[in-house]
Structure formats: structure tokens, C-alpha cells
Design a protein around this ligand. Structure first.
Ligand code: NAD
Length: 307
């Protein structure tokens, strides 16, 4: 059975734990810097096991010894946005936290596959790669799948059709300059450009780009966690079960899409070896220009890093 460590027992970490438990993906270790919180949430989740029907163990801890030998590590530690903040406003504080937790967790799990969630995620994945020294296949961010999922929900609501039949792909950085690709968004194989007017598609694209901010403005005390937790769960599942799902996620680029030396959202095949392939789509000039703009944002963020 796989061993999964989730670093950060806040909203995203606890929700991810629950999703992974319900999918019975493996033994889960939930670790946080605050004493009592991971233990309390782990116990609460174990006490719901008889009702939710999962038969795996969840251990809450503050001790990295308990994380040793993990197959998959998810980093959710750090600050979340409050209203009026951009993801970039979290950069310096979260970079210090990601450096610290990466060094702690990698010592006991040198061969893990790591999924970084903390924001700004494209930059934090860069920090985690630097301090884990993991090969590019074994480290990725979580973002594009979430952004695509938000886009899918808006399409489904607009057309009043099942979520199950709606697919979409969002590439680029996880921020206002992300790159939703409407011509690749489909309903049972039919492009949404055949079903929805250009104005309405533009409005949905804009809402997708600001999707995280819309929730922050409503919650006022933090950021989204149900859809983020569900997205991480799908990625962990694809790795643990070797199911080769195709999801957009920040991957280390070495020339794909004409970009290199950054993590940014591209379509990836996820399996037991981590990122097993990056799929390269033929983009229009306009889409490529948008990808390049996205990449400039990531490069600027990395250049300003202090760790
Ligand atoms: P939260 O405040 O609920 O939880 C963060 C947790 O991290 C807290 O429990 C805190 O104690 C813990 N933590 C802080 N420093 C730590 C350390 N050094 N070691 C271990 N744990 C530490 O926040 P959240 O809502 O769970 O969000 C977590 C992060 O995920 C934020 O940075 C947020 O912006 C990001 N996020 C990313 C996406 C995405 O799409 N990539 C989506 C949602 C949230």
C-alpha cells in the first residue's frame, strides 16, 4: 500500500486527506507545524471512517520521522490569500516555508513523487525542486487541473448539462494570466465554440481566470479548498494507481512550448513514475503569445525569489 504524506493540515491539506482516504489511496500521514491540529484532524477523519467506509490509516503528527519512506508527498503548508491579495503577495513567506518543509520531508523520502500546492504554485514548485533535487518527472505543481475544473463547472452550468460530459484544458501559470483554451473545451466531444456564443465564452474564460479570487472574496478568511483538495486527490490517484490520467499541471519545461527552466501548466500524463509525458499541442499564434506572457510572469516571480 502506498504511503502518502500531506504537509500542512489546514483547509487544503485536511480536504486532500479526506479525498485520498475516501479513494483508499494508501496510508496517510498528515503533518503540520502546529501541535495538536494534525493529530486532531487525523483522529476526526478516522472517526468518520466507519461511516465513510475507508479502511486505511491516517496519522497526524509534528514529527518528520513519521513521514519516512513516503511514496507521494503533497505540500500544502503556507499562507493562503485574504481578500485583496494576489498569489504573488504570498511568495516570500511561503518560499521560506516550502524550503524548510522540503528539506525536512526529502531527508526521509528521497525517492518520493512530490506535488506542490502552496502559492504562488509555479514558483513554489521551483523552490521545492531546488531544495529536494528531485528529477523533473517526480515533482510537479497542482493548478491547471483545478483551473480546468472551474472552467468545466461554468460550462456545465451555462448549458445545463452533466459535469460528466464536459471537458476543458487550462494551461499557463496559476494566476490572472493563465491560458484557458476554449477550442479544446468540449461537451461529449462537441467543441463549446459550436454551442456557446463568443461573448459568453469570453465571460467564462474571464471568470475562470479570476476563479480563485471569487472564492477568496466570498470567504474573506482564506481561499478555496474543496475543489483544490479534489484536484490533488485525482493527481495522487493517477500516480498511486498508475492510471495515466491526462491533467494540466505545472511541470518543469525544457523546451516544450518553446519554454524552459520554469514550472508552468502543460498537459501531462501522470502515472507511477510521476510525469510520464508532456503532451505538446499545436497552439495558435495568439495562444502561444498568451503562453509566453504567462511564462514571463513566472520568470519574474522566480527572479525576485530570496531563497
Ligand atoms: P491554511 O491556512 O488553511 O493551512 C495552511 C497550513 O500550513 C496551516 O495549518 C499551517 O499551520 C501550516 N503550516 C505553516 N507553516 C508550516 C510549516 N513550516 N510546516 C508545516 N505546516 C506549516 O491554508 P490552505 O487553505 O490549506 O492553503 C494552503 C496553501 O495552498 C496556500 O498557500 C494556498 O494559497 C495554496 N492553495 C493553492 C491552490 C492551487 O491551486 N495550487 C489552491 C488552493 C490553495
Amino acid at each position: 500500500m502506498a504511503k502518502i504524506t500531506i504537509v500542512g493540515a489546514g483547509n487544503v491539506g485536511a480536504t486532500t486527506t479526506r479525498v485520498c482516504a475516501e479513494k483508499q489511496l494508501g496510508e496517510i500521514v498528515l503533518i503540520d507545524i502546529i501541535e495538536g491540529v494534525p493529530q486532531g484532524k487525523a483522529l476526526d477523519l478516522m472517526e468518520s471512517a466507519p461511516l465513510q467506509y475507508y479502511d486505511i490509516n491516517i496519522k497526524g503528527t509534528n514529527d518528520y520521522k513519521d513521514t519516512e519512506g513516503s511514496d507521494v508527498v503533497v505540500l500544502t503548508a503556507g499562507l493562503a490569500r485574504k481578500p485583496g491579495m494576489s498569489r504573488e503577495d504570498l511568495r516570500d513567506k511561503n518560499a521560506d516555508i516550502i524550503k524548510m518543509v522540503t528539506e525536512n520531508v526529502i531527508a526521509g523520502s528521497p525517492n518520493c513523487i512530490m506535488i506542490v500546492v502552496s502559492n504562488p504554485v509555479d514558483t513554489m514548485t521551483f523552490v521545492a525542486k531546488k531544495y529536494s533535487n528531485l528529477p523533473k518527472e517526480r515533482i510537479m505543481g497542482m493548478a491547471g487541473l483545478l483551473d480546468s475544473t472551474r472552467f468545466r463547472h461554468f460550462i456545465s452550468a451555462e448549458l445545463d448539462v452533466s459535469h460528466e460530459d464536459v471537458d476543458a484544458m487550462v494551461l499557463g501559470l496559476h494566476g490572472d494570466d493563465m491560458v484557458p483554451l476554449p477550442r479544446y473545451a468540449t461537451v461529449s466531444g462537441i467543441s463549446i465554440t459550436e454551442l456557446i456564443s463568443a461573448d459568453k465564452i469570453d465571460a467564462m474564460v474571464e471568470r475562470t481566470k479570476k476563479g480563485g479570487g471569487e472564492i477568496v472574496a466570498l470567504l474573506k478568511t482564506g481561499s478555496a479548498y474543496y475543489a483544490p483538495g479534489a484536484s490533488v486527490g485525482v493527481m495522487v490517484e493517477s500516480i498511486v494507481r498508475d492510471s495515466k490520467r491526462v491533467v494540466s499541471c505545472p511541470a518543469w519545461l525544457e523546451g516544450e512550448y518553446g519554454l524552459k527552466d520554469i514550472f508552468m501548466g502543460v498537459p501531462c500524463v501522470l502515472g507511477k513514475n510521476g510525469i510520464e509525458r508532456i503532451l505538446e499541442l499545436k497552439l495558435t499564434d495568439e495562444e502561444q503569445a498568451h503562453m509566453n506572457k504567462s511564462a514571463e510572469g513566472v520568470k519574474k516571480s522566480i527572479a525576485e525569489l530570496k531563497v
